[in-house]
Design a protein. Structure first.
Ligand code: C2E
Ligand code: MG
Ligand code: MG
Length: 634
C-alpha cells in the first residue's frame, strides 16, 4: 500500500509540475485531465493487485487442501502400519543408536515372555532382555550374558537361533541395521518349523509302519558299531525274517499283515535290551544289533528267545495267526569289517537257518559263502537250461494191480548235462521253487507231457507233478488249459499230482483252485500220501481222484505189521471215498503181493520199469502186454 501511495505522490508531483504554466498559474483543465488519468491508472493498479491477491488466496487454499489430504493419508498409513505391527506373527522392535526402543509391537513381549510394563517408551534393550531372562528367556544364562549375546547378534546384523526357551520353544532372532543409526530386531517362533524338520528327518530314517529305523539308518548304525568294534567292543548282527508271512498277507490281506508286523515289532522291542537296536530292513525282514560290550555274550540265548517270542500265536482282528522266524547271525568284527559284508554274512546264515528247517537260528560260517556261490551258479545254469531246452522227461508206467495192465505213465523231469548224464529233480527243484523258475519249468513239463501222451493208446493217461509254488501261481489254471488245447489231449487223460505242501496254504483258496482244475476235466492225485502230518484231513477237504501211497509205507509192507495196517487203512479209505490208490516205489514181487492182498488199485515202481525216455514207451507197452498179464495170472 505504501508503494501505491508513494507512487501516487510522485505522480502528483510530476503532474503538478506539468500543469504549472510558465506564468505560475495552474492549468486547471490539464490538471483535471491528469488527475483523472492518474486516478484511472491507480484504479487499474488496484484491480491488478486484487487479482493477484485472489490468485494467491486460491493457491493457498489449494495448498491447504493438499496438506490436509496428505495428513489424512498419513494417519491412514499410520493406522495400517500399527495394525500390521500388532497383527504380524513376528515380534518387532526398532532401536535407536542408544539402544532405546522407538517402535515395538505387543507380539515381541509375548514371544520373550515379558510382563506388562516393560515395554514403555524409551525402554532400553538391556531392561528388556533382563526382564525376559527373569521369565525364562535363554535358560541357563544370566541377564548380562543374554544381553551381551543379544547385543552381539544385533551388531552383527545377522540372525541367531535361541533353542532353549522356557516351554521348549525355539526362537529365531534376526536384526538389520537401519540407514542412519539404530536397528530393527525381529523375533520369530520357529518351534513348529523345527519340529516339522525333525519329523521329516525322522521319516527319512525310519520305517513309517513300525517306527523302527530303516535300512539306511541301520547301515549307518552298523558303521558306528564297527568303529567301536575296532576298540574291542564287539557286537552280533541278527537278520531275521518271518516264516509264512507272505501267506498271511495273501490270505488275510495287507492290513492284517501290517498289524502283524507292528505286533512283531512290539514283541522284539520288549525282548531286547536298551543297548540293542532293532530295525526293519523291508517287508518281513528285521535286523538287530546286539551290543556285546556291556552284557555277557548271550547271543544264542537271545536268538532262542526271539524265536520263541515271535512264534507265539497272535490274535489280530479276531484272526489267530501263527508265524515263525528264522535267524542268521554274524559276529563283528570277526565276520566282516564293513556293514555290507556283515549283513551279507548274517543273510547267508539266515538262508542256512531257513534251509535247515525254519524256526531256528544259525551263526555264519565261511563255508556258507562258498555254498551260496554254488547256488548262484546253479540258478544261472537252470535259467540257461530253460532257454536251451536242456530239460527232458522220462516216463514211468503205472499198472493196475489186479490185471497188471498199464494205465498210464508219470512224467519225471530230468536235467540233461553237457556230458549226457541226467540230473535228478531232487537236486534242482527246490532251488527252482525258491527262485520261481519252477513256474516256467512246470509249464514246459505240462506242454511236453501232454504232447507226448497224445501219441499213446487212447486209454492211457499221463501224470504230471505240480510244485506248490507253481500251483499257487495266478496263471496256473491257464497254463493247464493251454497245454491241453495246444496238444489236443483229452482232459481226462491228464492227471495232476499235487503234494500235501499245497494244503499248507489257505485251504479255501487251494480248494477253489483245485475246483477250477477239476472243472477243466483233468484228474487230481494226492502224491506222497502219508508223509505230511495231517494227511487224513486233506482227503476230507477235496475229492481227489487218486491217492499215491508214499514209498516209505510200501517198502515196509513186507516186514512191518504197522506199515501193512497203514496201507490197508489208506486203501480202505480210498475205496470208501471213491478214490483210486496207487502204491509208489514197488520194487519186489513180495511188495506187489502185499498190495494185492490189501486191495491197492494201482502200482508203480522199479519192479515194472524204471522211468524211460518217451521213444522207449511203445516198445515197453508191446513187451508189457506179454510179460505182466502172466504175472497177474499167477
Ligand atoms: P514222485 O512224484 O513221488 O516221483 C516218484 C519218484 O520215485 C521218482 O523219482 C521215481 O524215479 C522214483 N521211483 C519210482 N519207482 C521207484 C522204486 O521202485 N524205487 C525207488 N527207490 N524209487 C522209485 P524222481 O524222478 O527222482 O523224482 C523225485 C521227485 O521229484 C518226484 O517224486 C516229484 O516230487 C519230483 N518231480 C519229478 N518230476 C517233476 C516235475 O516235472 N515237476 C515237479 N514239480 N516235480 C517233479
Ligand atoms: Mg509224483
Ligand atoms: Mg511220490
Amino acid at each position: 500500500m505504501r508503494d501505491v501511495e508513494a507512487k501516487m505522490e510522485r505522480l502528483f508531483a510530476r503532474q503538478l509540475a506539468l500543469a504549472s504554466r510558465p506564468d505560475g498559474h495552474l492549468d486547471i483543465a490539464a490538471l483535471a485531465r491528469m488527475v483523472r488519468s492518474s486516478y484511472e491508472e491507480a484504479e487499474r493498479d488496484r484491480l491488478r493487485t486484487d487479482r493477484a491477491m485472489d490468485l494467491m488466496a486460491a493457491e493457498l487454499e489449494g495448498a491447504n487442501a493438499e496438506l490436509e489430504r496428505l495428513l489424512r493419508n498419513l494417519s491412514i498409513q499410520n493406522l495400517r502400519f500399527e495394525a500390521a505391527l500388532a497383527n504380524m506373527p513376528h515380534g518387532l522392535a526398532m532401536l535407536d543408536a542408544e539402544e532405546r526402543i522407538v517402535v515395538v509391537n505387543a507380539r515381541l513381549g509375548e514371544l520373550l515372555g515379558l510382563p506388562d510394563g516393560v515395554i514403555v517408551p524409551d525402554a532400553k534393550l538391556e531392561d528388556l532382555v533382563a526382564a525376559a531372562s527373569a521369565r525364562g528367556f535363554c535358560p541357563g544364562q544370566g541377564a548380562q550374558e543374554a544381553t551381551r549375546d543379544m547385543r552381539r547378534s544385533l551388531l552383527s546384523g545377522g540372525a541367531a537361533e535361541i533353542e532353549r526357551m522356557a516351554g521348549g520353544r525355539t526362537l529365531l532372532l534376526s536384526s538389520r541395521r537401519m540407514e542412519g543409526s539404530g536397528c530393527v530386531l525381529l523375533v520369530q517362533d520357529i518351534t513348529e518349523r523345527r519340529a516339522q524338520q525333525a519329523r521329516i528327518a525322522h521319516l527319512a530314517q525310519h520305517d513309517a509302519l513300525t517306527g523302527l529305523p530303516n535300512r539306511a539308518h541301520f547301515l549307518a548304525r552298523i558303521d558306528q558299531a564297527l568303529a567301536r568294534a575296532q576298540r574291542g567292543e564287539g557286537f552280533a548282527l541278527f537278520c531275521l525274517d518271518l516264516d509264512r508271512f507272505k501267506q498271511v498277507n495273501d490270505t488275510l490281506g495287507h492290513p492284517i499283515g501290517d498289524l502283524l508286523l507292528k505286533e512283531v515289532t512290539a514283541r522284539l522291542r520288549t525282548t531286547l535290551r536298551d543297548t540293542d537296536m532293532v530295525a526293519r530292513l523291508g517287508g518281513d525282514e528285521f535286523a538287530i544289533i546286539q551290543d556285546l560290550a556291556r552284557q555277557p555274550p548271550d547271543t544264542a540265548a537271545l536268538a532262542q528267545r526271539i524265536v520263541e517270542v515271535v512264534s507265539a500265536p497272535y490274535l489280530i482282528n479276531g484272526h489267530r495267526i501263527v508265524v515263525g522266524t528264522s535267524i542268521g547271525i554274524a559276529l563283528a568284527p570277526a565276520d566282516g569289517a564293513a556293514a555290507d559284508t556283515l549283513l551279507k554274512a548274517a543273510d547267508l546264515a539266515l538262508y542256512r537257518a531257513k534251509a535247515d528247517g525254519r524256526g531256528i537260528w544259525r551263526f555264519f560260517e565261511p563255508a556258507m559263502d562258498a555254498r551260496m556261490q554254488e547256488r548262484r551258479s546253479l540258478e544261472i545254469a537252470l535259467r540257461d537250461a530253460l532257454e536251451q531246452e536242456s530239460f527232458t522227461l522220462l516216463y514211468q508206467p503205472l499198472l493196475e494191480v489186479g490185471s497188471l495192465r498199464v494205465s498210464g505213465f508219470e512224467a519225471l523231469l530230468r536235467w540233461r548235462q553237457p556230458d549226457g548224464t541226467l540230473t535228478l529233480p531232487a537236486s534242482f527243484i527246490p532251488l527252482a521253487e525258491e527262485t520261481g523258475l519252477i513256474v516256467q519249468i512246470g509249464e514246459w513239463v505240462l506242454r511236453q507231457a501232454c504232447r507226448t501222451a497224445l501219441s499213446w493208446p487212447e486209454q492211457m493217461s499221463v501224470a504230471v507233478n505240480v510244485s506248490a509254488v507253481q500251483f499257487r501261481h495266478a496263471r496256473f489254471v491257464e497254463q493247464v488249459r493251454e497245454a491241453l488245447s495246444g496238444s489236443g489231449l483229452a482232459p481226462y487223460r491228464l492227471e495232476l499230482e499235487v503234494t500235501e505242501t499245497i494244503m499248507l496254504q489257505d485251504s479255501a483258496v487251494v480248494i477253489a483252485q483245485l475246483n477250477r482244475l477239476r472243472a477243466l476235466g483233468v484228474r487230481i492225485a494226492m502224491d506222497d500220501f502219508g508223509t505230511g502230518y495231517s494227511s487224513l484231513s486233506y482227503l476230507r477237504s477235496f475229492p481227489f481222484d487218486t491217492i499215491k501211497i508214499d514209498r516209505s509205507f510200501v517198502r515196509d509192507l513186507d516186514a512191518r505189521g504197522d506199515a501193512r495196517a497203514i496201507v490197508s487203512a489208506i486203501v480202505g479209505l480210498g475205496e470208501s471215498l471213491g478214490m483210486r490208490t496207487t502204491a509208489e516205489g514197488v520194487e519186489t514181487e513180495a511188495e506187489l503181493a502185499g498190495l494185492r492182498r490189501v486191495g491197492c488199485s494201482d502200482a508203480q515202481g522199479f519192479l515194472f520199469s524204471h522211468p524211460i525216455p518217451p521213444e522207449d514207451v511203445p516198445g515197453f507197452l508191446a513187451t508189457s502186454a506179454k510179460t505182466f498179464p502172466a504175472a497177474a495170472a499167477e
